[in-house]
Design a binder for this molecule. Structure first.
Ligand code: PGA
Length: 249
């Protein structure tokens, strides 16, 4: 049985007061025992969030990390700094990091290596742009993203990897992939892992879907065989919406 995961990517939202208010509501909600729930606040709210969630089953992830251990990298945060405040999961490769901050498969491979070596878990995001889907290149693009950033890893460390397929055209647009489109891509991804590694490993890796997941569509998307949960942006900022998604399995 694969992990079922719902992770909220808060992006650059929620200051100290908003974080406290939202997490206090989430803490008081009943959560299913078989679902891993995570929130990914901004760097400045990580420590606060870890403390607030100490007694809760919700865990805290970072939205990014630097590939270097320390040094002259103004504005950056290292794996040890994250571990120091009690964070053990890092989101890498989000489409906003790729498009706005020029991250690419090669630079992401470096971040992946550093994070794996630090013993942390990665939620690795990838997905095609609208033009790439329109020109029927989406499978090719996803294969390249995974091959170049992850397929150098040994099978043993894949227990530290969660995948998040996020078609760029569905992020923050209100347009989701249909459940059938999500299933088709997730099955394709699982096949890639099977071809490169083993069938056993392919069956174990959790593959999340992200892109305009809302209370109204979560259940249908999560019911797909190869969809193991979601990475939620906008809807994770609202406690009721997020909890309704967490309970959508
Ligand atoms: P969205 O964002 O749910 O607002 O589309 C998803 C994401 O960016 O991970």
């Amino acid at each position: 049985m694969r992990d079922q995961i719902v992770a909220g990517n808060w992006k650059m939202n929620n200051d100290q007061n908003q974080t406290q208010t939202l997490l206090n509501v989430l803490k008081n909600h009943k959560k299913p025992e078989n679902v891993r729930v995570m929130v990914a606040p901004a760097f400045t709210q990580l420590s606060q969030s870890v403390t607030l969630l100490e007694e809760d089953m919700i865990s805290v992830a970072s939205q990014n990390v630097n590939a270097e251990a320390s040094g002259a990298y103004t504005g950056e945060v290292s794996v040890d700094m994250l571990k120091g405040v009690g964070v053990s999961t890092v989101i890498l490769g989000h489409s906003e990091r790729r498009s706005l901050y020029h991250e690419n498969n090669t630079s992401l491979a470096d971040k992946v290596n550093t994070t794996i070596e630090a013993g942390m878990e990665i939620i690795f995001c990838f997905g095609e742009q609208l033009e790439e889907r329109k020109s029927n290149r989406h499978f090719e693009v996803v294969k390249e993203q995974l091959s170049e950033a992850l397929f150098h890893l040994s099978a043993e460390v894949w227990s530290q990897i969660v995948l998040a397929y996020e078609p760029v055209w569905a992020i923050g647009t209100g347009e989701t992939a249909s459940p059938a489109q999500a299933q088709e891509m997730h099955a394709f991804i699982r096949n890639l892992i099977q071809d490169h590694y083993t069938a056993d490993l392919a069956q174990k890796v959790a593959i999340l879907y992200g892109g305009s997941v809302k209370p109204g569509n979560a259940q249908e998307i999560f019911s797909m065989e190869d969809v193991d949960g979601g990475l939620i942006g906008g809807a994770s900022l609202n406690a009721e919406d997020f909890m309704s998604i967490v309970n959508a399995f």
